[in-house]
Write a protein that binds this ligand. Structure first.
Ligand SMILES: Cc1cc2nc3c(=O)[nH]c(=O)nc-3n(C[C@H](O)[C@H](O)[C@H](O)COP(=O)(O)O)c2cc1C
Ligand code: SF4
Length: 522
């Protein structure tokens, strides 16, 4: 029977993948052909979704973007033998967008049936756990430390050090918490992995549990991800049934189990301590540190709280070895990062690569520039609290330190592209308004400052006493940066000040020379 792979990823479903799947079934039935439709995750080439693949003796052949009305002509052309058709893309692995990637964490995404444990294992799944069991807790922590893995949630804190702190803190109970709140604008890596390869997270969290001596884990998934919540919940049940969760997991003496929790719908609930409050059933407000969650986290017990991508990167680090991972990247940014290219961009999607590509390569070469065909004017890196980069900074390597040196951050790996029709003063106002709306209210600079800042921007944009108001804005940003309790207030100045610094003309100031030099060069 012919096997056809159709993504069930939310991004593919949003552009009609379900209807394409039903149409394939209907057209096959009409022609008395037998097809087995396998719903996978997405390969992450969003402009080609729904991208379907047909299995042949020479591997899979992709077609896309397929609309339901294309299906009949695909069958007429000979879809089941991967025949020629205007939508035929060839072998997916040969598409330059995929060929140029180093897929480690996302190696299976878009390929396997996300709920088939057999598929997972056939594609290398649970080899990391096997090695972890042979290394033992201290060996696992050492291996993760050696890999150079840093938190993919935003702060870039070394994962191995965090795990060691929890491992070294004595307690009756410890927890592993996966932060899948994924609130950053332009990010979707967590969602894609949950929908496309949930067992890799389950395996990563299990390894974390063994490493630090935790027997219980929670996956906190944002409420806007119903598909991810459903798939992950089913995957946990399947893993438990197969003995990969529960007591004596995978035939070992270890116990570990997982539960999914739905996020409370606030950006600040992605902040680790607010998330823990929310998990405990309380309102998501930020806790003062210390104590660190590693010492006193969920229900006051030592807790590893990691971003989903950090945890899901652990199985491949264990199975292929820390050195293999650490050999990739640049400087202190080791391994790969699933870069999420979004906004006004031609080739939006997920691009997993070793650190070190330049921002320009990612946006112009890989992303293909804007979808509108106009000049790129700005790229916001690292979510709503990230800086705006002008094309004159496109030589910045994708690296934690290189971005920080230019007053930016990688955050969770999101890039949002804007063309030259963007008004950067409006974007600066938006950052302050976002902070005002999302502030948990615990500290004054953020609670009050964000609202005052929005008002100041309104006066700037209306042309009222501009210079005095811009001076006030800069002063307020200093207060937010240094006086806020958490990074929501503390990082809001980044988009605001980068917009003012790189695009002063949108604020009624004289333009920068470098911007013009670059525009002339384009
Ligand atoms: C306002 C705010 C929102 C955040 N949202 C997220 C989020 O959605 N997902 C995430 O993993 N980390 C988020 N973080 C970072 C977390 O506080 C924390 O650093 C992270 O979960 C640690 O995991 P990691 O070391 O694996 O990155 C946020 C931080 C702040 C200040
Ligand atoms: S900076 Fe804002 S979000 Fe963070 S603790 Fe203060 S009020 Fe809450």
């Amino acid at each position: 029977m012919a096997r056809i792979f159709v993504p069930a990823d939310a991004a593919a479903r949003a552009v009609g993948a379900d209807k394409v799947a039903s149409e394939i079934q209907a057209q096959a039935a009409k022609r008395s052909l037998r097809v087995d439709i396998i719903r996978t995750g997405s390969r992450g080439l969003f402009w080609l979704e729904p991208m379907i693949e047909v299995e042949t003796a020479a591997g899979r052949i992709a077609y896309g973007p397929v609309r339901p009305e294309d299906v009949s002509s695909l069958f007429d052309a000979g879809l089941l033998i991967a025949a020629a058709h205007p939508l035929r893309l060839g072998r997916p692995e040969e598409l330059s967008y995929l060929k140029r990637q180093t897929r480690l964490t996302f190696a299976r995404c878009g390929i396997v049936d996300p709920l088939s444990l057999e598929d997972y294992r056939t594609h290398g799944g649970y080899r990391g756990l096997q090695r972890a069991l042979s290394l033992g807790p201290a060996g696992i922590v050492e291996e993760v430390t050696k890999s150079g893995l840093r938190g993919r949630g935003g702060a870039g804190f070394p994962t191995g050090i965090k795990w060691k702190t929890v491992a070294d803190t004595p307690a009756d109970r410890k927890y592993i918490v996966c932060n899948a709140d994924e609130g950053d604008s332009g990010t979707f890596a967590d969602r894609m992995l949950l929908e496309g390869d949930p067992f890799v997270l389950i395996e990563g969290m299990t390894i974390a549990g063994i490493a630090v001596g935790a027997t219980k884990g929670f996956i906190y998934i944002r409420s806007e991800y119903p598909d991810a919540i459903r798939v992950t919940t089913q995957a946990i049940a399947i893993a438990r049934e197969a003995g990969y969760l529960g007591s004596k997991l995978a035939g070992s003496s270890h116990a570990f189990d997982l539960e999914v929790r739905m996020g409370a719908g606030a950006y600040v609930c992605g902040e680790e301590t607010a998330l823990l409050e929310s998990l405990e059933g309380k309102r998501g407000t930020v806790r003062a540190k210390p104590p660190l969650p590693a010492h006193k986290g969920l229900f006051a017990m030592p807790t590893v709280i990691n971003n989903l991508i950090s945890l899901a990167s652990v199985p491949v680090i264990l199975s292929e070895g820390a050195t293999n991972y650490a050999d990739l990247g640049m400087g202190r940014s080791r391994g790969t990062m699933p870069i999420q290219i979004a906004g006004n961009v031609r080739h939006g999607g997920l691009f997993e690569a070793a650190f070190g590509l330049t921002l320009g390569e990612i946006v112009m070469d890989i992303g293909g520039g804007t979808a509108s065909g106009r000049h790129v004017r700005a790229v916001q890196a690292g979510g709503p609290l990230g800086a705006y980069f002008p094309p004159s900074l496109f030589d910045t390597p994708y690296d934690y330190e290189a971005f920080a040196a230019r007053d930016g951050l990688l955050g969770h790996g999101g890039l949002v592209v804007f063309d030259d029709s963007v008004d950067m003063a409006r974007m600066a106002r938006f950052a302050l308004e976002f902070c005002a709306i999302e502030s948990c209210g615990k500290c004054t600079p953020c609670r009050i400052g964000s609202t005052r800042g929005t008002e100041v921007m309104d006066r700037v944009m209306a042309g009222h006493d501009r210079e005095a108001n811009l001076a006030l804005l800069e002063d307020l940003c200093q207060t937010l940066k240094f006086g806020s309790l958490c990074a929501l207030g503390g990082f809001t100045p980044y988009p605001v000040m980068s917009a003012l610094k790189h695009f002063p003309e949108d604020f009624g100031r004289a333009p920068n020379r470098d911007v013009h030099a670059h525009a002339a060069a384009e």
